[in-house]
Design a protein around this ligand. Sequence first.
Ligand code: FEO
Length: 401
Amino acid sequence: MKPVEIKKDIFWIGSVDWNRRNFHGYSVSHKGTTYNNFLIKDEKVTLIDTVAEEFWGTLQCNIANVLGKDAKIDYFVINHLEPDHAGCLAKAIEKYQPEKIYTSPMGQKAMMAHFHYKDWPVEVVPTGTEINIGSRNLQFIETRMLHWPDAMLTYCPEDKIAFTNDAFGQNWATSERFADEVERTTLERLMKEYYANIVLPYSAVVLKTLKALGEMNLDIDMICPDHGLLFRGKEDCEWVMNKYVEYAEQKPQNKAVIVYDTMWHSTEKMALAVATGLADYGVSVRVMCMKNNHHSEVMNEVMDAAAVIVGSPTHNNGILPLMADMMTYMKGLRPQNKIGAAIGSFGWSGECVKVLNQWLEDMSMEMVDPVKVKHVPTHDTMKQCYEQGKTIAEAIKAKLA
Ligand code: FEO
């Protein structure tokens, strides 16, 4: 994709990764992604972020497209050092020989740890620092843990643009550049998926950062994340910021997710009975077997659910490996405000629900009694599962009241 002038003399020069499905090695991006970066033509030509290393050729073409083949770039601003954004940094420094490289205090540390540089012209810009690049100023605001400790936001008051790096991103490879050019339901779903798998553990930081930004009274009419579509116009900027408040608050919906794995289908039968109990008492249910769902797809549903029911048969005195993967991933993302319950079948030792319960308790979930079945469920034990669904439905109703 060619550069796009998003405001006068400010260009999107990113790369579209159409076939990216494994995002960062742990989540699925069914619709690819983009690595957005930006070039500002002013007295001091300024590059904001780079792209993933495999797009170095594209980045050079895009820069030449805007500045000509003898392009000179005076300043680099590096908002985040993760390799999807800083992957071309060393090559770009060597080629364009910038006068200054601006990054946050933690960015400088991360830059050193990644690149072990000796003589780069790095200048640390803590929150509140402002630089002049000619007809514009750039202000820097650290946004630690959105998504790494080094993350920062760059704001240009003259153009009312916030370059937000990972914050407000979505994994969606498109030929369109702006959110108002694409279908909103899909955009919203992909924003939520990105948040659930990347940003969720830092929800408290999101709320604190948005509050601080609000108190700074920044006049923003364009938000440029480093992944996916950009947001233009005050209405869309407010829309995306409000979405982040909604996601970060993690207010549960009338929804339950049953996630399980099964060996000879006993735990699966139990899961379906719990689902029926929940649905009969008015809860919207998602039933997800780990053999057919990636852990990141499960988290997309868990994020706004009021209850999470986890199931596994006992396997080698523990739980099945796909459920161990799921529980590890879920705990790391620190979902809040959930009701939790465990189900599982067993043949002899029967540790499954004890192990699952411990995971749920570690996530501070409000616990409902587990159901455990020896070998194959009977009519009575299926009824116990149904009753567990009903009990969880009542707990959800009380929680949402
Ligand atoms: Fe898009 Fe934290 O990297």
